[in-house]
Ligand binder design. Structure first.
Ligand SMILES: [Fe+2]
Ligand SMILES: [Fe+2]
Length: 239
């Protein structure tokens, strides 16, 4: 017997237990990523949506295979994040940057908002490139070591907690930049005079934002809480 979805559950927890809900929230325009601490009912009220309609839609998509965001260990989840999302960004951003620059150059006169879309995108590229490097070179190895090694000093614990808080702030900043692009492009609406490159740019910017939502969700609502739980356990077991 399955339980009805409780509308007081935070969005991040719902997607943690049911990754299949992510595209539904995306379609309703509900931010389950950086807004993941909000209970479903409040997020619906803020977005002017009927919570029962959203719950029905979630129930119809719900899978109770118990997989959740499946991972055997933090190291496993880190591998998944790097392979599914960081590698995607490394492959996608240079080529998307060329397209954004070209579209802004060719269509900027007819669509003045392209200039700000370009500058906002370049800012995003710069920030996210440093961010994933920092995760891979510094923070993720530290989390893997935390899982593998029982010993932990107070200084280690403080450093890891601060590093996580810093990454979460950067997630908010990156999400704001992508939201700005979405709003400047009128939700990725294709103008009548758009050429193939223009359409392609809008499709890829939308995909980029959707992938960042899943990516940040896995870090903010699965990896970091699991690491924090491990920190608590070690603090208790360390005399
Ligand atoms: Fe990441
Ligand atoms: Fe991150």
């Amino acid at each position: 017997m399955t339980h009805e979805i409780d509308p007081t559950t935070p969005l991040g927890k719902l997607v943690r237990d049911h990754p299949e809900f992510a595209p539904i929230f995306e379609a309703f325009g509900i931010d389950y990523c950086c807004g993941g601490d909000d209970p479903l009912e409040r997020a619906c009220a803020d977005a002017d949506l009927d919570v029962r309609t959203v719950v029905e839609r979630l129930e119809s998509a719900r899978s109770d295979d118990g997989a959740g965001t499946a991972h055997d260990s933090l190291a496993d989840l880190v591998d998944d994040i790097v392979e599914s999302h960081h590698d995607f960004l490394r492959a996608e951003l240079p080529s998307l940057e060329r397209t954004v620059r070209k579209v802004a150059r060719v269509h900027g006169d007819a669509h003045p908002e392209l200039e700000e879309i370009e500058s906002t995108f370049l800012e995003f590229v710069d920030e996210v490139t440093h961010h994933i490097e920092d995760e891979e070179e510094n923070v993720f190895p530290e989390l893997e070591a935390l899982e593998a090694d029982a010993s932990l000093t107070d200084a280690d614990e403080v450093r890891i907690r601060e590093a996580i808080a810093h990454l979460e702030d950067e997630h908010d900043a990156a999400a704001s930049l992508l939201e700005r692009i979405r709003s400047l492009s009128d939700e990725y609406a294709v103008p009548d005079d758009a050429c193939t490159s223009y359409r392609n740019m809008l499709d890829r910017l939308q995909l980029l934002e959707e992938d960042m939502h899943v990516h940040v969700h896995k870090e903010n609502h699965v990896l970091f809480p699991d690491a924090q739980e491990l920190l608590e356990e070690k603090a208790v077991s360390t005399p």
